[in-house]
Each structure stands twice: as C-alpha cells, then as structure tokens.
Design a protein around this ligand. Sequence first.
Ligand code: NAP
Length: 307
Amino acid sequence: MDTEKTYTLQDLETTEFDGTPLAVVGHPIQHSVSPAMHNAALAKLSESDSRFKDWAYYRFDIAPEDFSRALPLFHKRSFLGLNLTIPHKVQAMDLIQGVSPDAKCMGAVNTLVWDEFGYDGFNTDGVGLSRGLEVDLGISLKGANVILLGSGGAARAAAVQCVLSGCAQLHVGNRTPARLQDLMSLLDGMSGCDHIQTFALSALPQDLPSEGVVVNATSLGLKAGDPAPIDVAQLPDGWKVYDMIYNPSATALLQQADARGLQIANGLSMLVHQGARALEIWSHVKVDAHVMMAAACHALKLPPRYD
Ligand code: NAP
C-alpha cells in the first residue's frame, strides 16, 4: 500500500490494509506531516524489532458527516491506532468505548487505540506541549508561570495540562469572552494550580513575576500579515514565548519577542512530541522523537534540527 496517498471512505470500504495499519484522519488532511513522521519512526523501530516491519501509517480524508460511518470500518479493518485531527477530535468522544481521564477533561481525543470491542481515546496534545516546552525552552510546567492565549481546542488541552502538571500561575486570555468563560468552567473543578485568572488580550495581567512563558494557542499568526495577539513589550525580561503555530515558522508574535531578546520557540516540537507519545501508546516501546523531528522538517521543507 502507498503511504504517500490520501485515502477516502470508499477506499476503506473496498480495500484490505495488510499488516498493522495506523492512520491520521482529518478533513482537510492533504498537508499533514504525520505520515512522514510516523513512517520514519516505524522504519527506525523495525531496524531493532522485526515486530514493526509490517506496521504502516496512512492518511485518510474523511468529512465530518462520514466520520461515524468510517470509525466502525477502521475497526473492522483492524487499524490498531488512529490519530484524529480537525474536525473529528470532539465528535469522536461520543463514538468510542472509553476515554482517558485527561482527555475527558480536555473534551477531545487525538489518539485512538483498537481493542476487540472498539476504540479507546487519549489526548497527547498536552504532553506534546509539555515536552516541547522542556526541549525547546528548558521549561517544566510544574511550578511555571503561564500566560495562555486562546480558548479553542488546543488551548483547552494546554490549560488542562498546565493544571495537571501543577503550574504556579495560569493566566488565560481570549478574544471572545464567552469561550474564555467556558474554558474557565472546565478548569473550575480541577485541582493543581491555585492561581487561575483571566485577562483581555489587549491588556496583559499586571504585576507579572519575573519569569514565565507565554503559550499562543490562538490561530492568529497562521495567515501572512496576521498581527501578534499581545504586545510583547509588556512582558518582563525573563519571559519566554512559545507559539503552537509552526507553519509559518516565525509568527509576528515570535518575531517581536525575538527582537526584544526573549527566548522563543514554535510548535513543531509540540507536533513531534504529541506524535511520539501516540506511537508509544500504540507500540508500548520508547520512540525516538529525533527521527520524527527530522522527518517533519524534511516534509515541511525546513532546515534539519538536531536537538
Ligand atoms: P480553534 O479551536 O479554532 O481555536 C482558535 C482560537 O484562536 C480561539 O481561541 C480563537 O478565539 C482564536 N482566534 C482566532 N482568530 C483570532 C483573532 N483574529 N484574534 C484573536 N484570537 C483569534 O483552533 P485550535 O484547534 O485550538 O488551534 C489553535 C492553534 O493551535 C492553530 O493555529 C493550530 O494550528 C495550533 N495547533 C498546533 C498544534 C501543534 O501540535 N503544534 C496542535 C494543535 C493546534 P475566539 O474564541 O475569539 O474565536
């Protein structure tokens, strides 16, 4: 089978996928680098463990209205693992047999694991962010001061991860107040972080501690010409800035923070580490994230990274 191709619902209905198939499922999905990352990691794993020689990771374009029909077919075709991306992460929660506690808090699943009765759901975005911050910026979420921008799906995962990790302070800002309030209600019943506050994106919180990290989980920056969501001039000198957006590789937020001399990183490490964690869940072995990073850089036509 061709792991470069984008498969459809019809392919799923008519085609047997040999060996141990895995897939990313989304709409649109054409530009996903997940197949490149995962197949590179599987090739590496199979060098030392023949069990992985027949594992392959595919890409499926499934429209939201077809997802409930597709999921039982993936199960019937014995897809061991699925990664879900926009727009399936929330809808899937009602269609699977079990959801991990942290994914339940996040309200979304991005990783499904087959068993004979159905799929179990996990969310590896929070762990991906946490590892990305460690690798790129040397930040542990435990005890960290965090300013989180956004209140969509990615921000929910990030906020829950911050609280579960025991961050010191969490300030969350969003353009639309109602959505921000939804996120705050979600965090309400959780323990792990004593100081959770909201702010308006136009006015950063006052009296910030000397060190911390801004995490951008808004989609502002995806389009050319998008402005930065906050004014980085208001951040104390010891703050660092992480933007979940990795394409473009330097948003206006990162450019302005860099010009101010703040340490910055983009979301490529989050992408790679959420993928590595998913493959660890499926394979039960430690996965080399460096191999996935190299494959992601190659697929995105970025210079190689060796961290
Ligand atoms: P989403 O659910 O659609 O949420 C979008 C967020 O962006 C909302 O908070 C929205 O605010 C805000 N926003 C959109 N346009 C804005 C504007 N003009 N000004 C201010 N805020 C604006 O999307 P998502 O799934 O959370 O994804 C958010 C970002 O994270 C995307 O760029 C995505 O590519 C990135 N991401 C990266 C990774 C990774 O692995 N690196 C993983 C997941 C997501 P309102 O509530 O006001 O609309």
